[in-house]
Design a protein around this ligand. Structure first.
Ligand code: NAI
Length: 509
């Protein structure tokens, strides 16, 4: 389906943070835009706000004044809903309340022609519910922008039960023509991003609650080793714990209490205490004046004479780590092994990538005296930090040796309490698991699931592409081990991971 023509009028209802931003996006793309808000003066204030934002860009030499004048001249405040009647598309971005939204859509249906497309920017309400009761629910869809709308690339195009496929395709093409990255999703709780992202927060909260490591250490690991732009704790502090907790609660309730989405008591306590994050001055971190920044708890630099590093088996994902050791001047010996599994040996110490078992369990299973597990890294060639955990048989000397190895490669070393799946592997496995279930349940395609997480929340890699690279059998095994370790349904692997692993398929060909 072609995109709407730039001569088509776009109406936006609600001139708050999102509505004004969406109006700006449409005006920048060349459309005449009408902005309506039921608060007196709000529509004009929204347009003035857009001008101010754009003029800051003029001052920085990013855009010409004439261009800003042209964009703003295309935006007109509307005094009544009736003034939106001849629009080709209406995007609603008002208060997040089903009854109020339904009322507005019913009024729009009475005012607009039969071909006007009606879209909602809702982040949590069902498009099916919003459209229910209308005469023509097939022309209603979700058009879910991310905040700030002019900056964030992702737009989730949401189809409710009645949405016409051509309507969804037209909105998809239009969002693309506006310079956005559109994805299709069916109307299910959390759509794609607000569902698939839950484990990013939940696993970090859980690790902290179990005393595996402190927030600053976990943040550093997810950033430096995981490649995420922000750590989960600093991100929750930025979003606001009231907002983040409410989203988790609503997704948890909407999925009938599925423990995968279980809200955290740690976060609930922050909300109860009024420690909402940056906006209240305190969250996991202290933002008040004079507060000292908290440093990650990395092991102090140690000196040790390193024996040759023996790399056994099919190295797979950790091959770049071995190459990095070689490049750092270590003597590296590569050899086959009977099992073919990747192991590193440093004297009597064995090191291995976590597979979701804790070190104590894996050392017992594999008959090893001293085992150090290391965490997944987005890129072992460039990572600047890594998490480690040791089995009970690892003494102080062996810990020093393990830390010295990674420090020799230039990595900060964080020792976690012996925890299944460590920090990055566990987070990535759970993100991929959630994305896999969204694909299994036909919420989105694998391509769109990955695109959504990259364009909507800046993930360094789509969770499914990441799982492909690790091997779906490995991700499935990791989740099974987590499930066994905790005895919880929360970690049950998605059937789609199993089916694809059995068929030796990947998500992306
Ligand atoms: P906001 O509170 O900043 O703005 C809402 C605006 O709608 C206000 O100016 C209000 O006066 C106006 N309004 C309320 N009821 C109205 C009605 N019946 N008719 C006309 N105008 C009305 O809210 P925000 O943050 O812009 O959110 C708007 C929508 O976008 C909500 O559905 C929200 O869930 C969704 N959303 C919000 C995101 C965010 O990060 N803030 C991100 C993505 C979606």
């Amino acid at each position: 389906m072609p995109a709407l023509a730039t001569s088509d009028i776009i109406a936006v209802i609600g001139a708050g943070a999102m509505g004004a931003g969406i109006a700006q996006v449409a005006a920048q793309a060349g459309h005449p835009v009408r902005l309506y808000d039921n608060r007196d003066g709000a529509a004009q204030a929204g347009i003035d706000g857009v001008r101010r934002q754009l003029e800051k860009r003029v001052a920085r030499g990013k855009v010409a004044q004439a261009e800003v004048d042209a964009i703003v001249s295309r935006m007109t405040p509307a005094a009544t809903l009736a003034e939106l009647a001849d629009s080709r598309l209406v995007v609603e971005a008002i208060v997040e309340n089903l009854e109020v939204k339904r009322g507005v859509f019913a009024e729009l249906e009475a005012l607009c022609g039969p071909d006007t497309l009606l879209a909602s920017n809702t982040s949590s309400l069902s498009i099916t519910s919003i459209a229910a009761g209308l005469e023509r629910p097939e022309r209603v869809a979700g058009l879910h922008f991310f905040n700030p709308a002019p900056v964030m690339k992702l737009v989730e195009v949401i189809s409710g039960l009645a949405t016409d496929a051509e309507v969804a395709e037209t909105l998809y093409a239009t969002a693309a023509a506006w310079g956005k990255v559109p994805v299709h999703a069916s109307s299910t709780p959390g759509f794609i991003v607000n569902r698939v992202a839950r484990p990013f927060y939940a696993e970090a909260l859980r690790l902290m609650q179990e005393g595996a490591a402190a927030p600053a250490t976990l943040d550093a690991l997810l950033r430096q080793a995981g490649g995420f732009r922000m750590g989960p704790f600093e991100l929750m502090d930025l979003i606001g714990h009231d907002v983040n907790y409410a989203v988790t609660r609503s997704v948890f309730d909407a999925y009938y209490g599925d423990t995968r989405f279980e809200p955290s008591l740690v976060q609930q306590a922050l909300v109860e205490a009024g420690r909402l994050g940056r906006k209240s001055g305190q969250g996991f971190y202290d933002y008040r004046e004079g507060a000292e920044p908290v440093e990650p708890d990395f092991a102090p630099a140690v000196e040790a004479t390193l024996p040759p590093l023996v790399a056994e088996g099919q190295l797979g994902a950790i091959a770049p780590l071995v190459a990095r050791a070689e490049a750092a001047g270590l003597e590296v010996v590569c050899r086959e092994s009977i099992s073919g599994e990747a192991r590193l040996r440093l004297g009597g110490l064995t090191l291995a990538l976590s597979d979701g078992r804790c070190a104590a369990e894996r050392a017992r299973d594999e008959g090893l005296e001293a085992l150090v597990l290391f965490d997944l890294c987005l890129d072992y060639e460039t990572t600047s930090a890594i998490a480690l955990a040791s089995s009970p048989g690892v003494d102080a000397e062996a810990r020093t040796l393990a830390a010295a190895l990674f420090q020799h490669l230039g990595l900060g070393v964080a020792w976690l309490t012996d925890t299944p799946g460590l920090a990055v592997l566990r987070t990535v496995a759970m993100l991929a698991n959630e994305a896999a279930d969204a694909v299994l349940q036909c919420v989105c395609s694998a391509r769109d699931g990955d695109l959504a997480m990259q364009a909507g929340v800046n993930y360094p890699r789509g969770p499914l592409a990441w799982a492909d690279a690790l091997g779906l059998a490995f991700v499935h095994r990791t989740l099974t081990h987590l499930q066994q370790s905790y005895g919880e349904e929360r970690y049950r692997p998605s059937f789609l991971l199993r089916r694809k692993a059995l068929a030796e398929e990947s998500f992306h060909v």
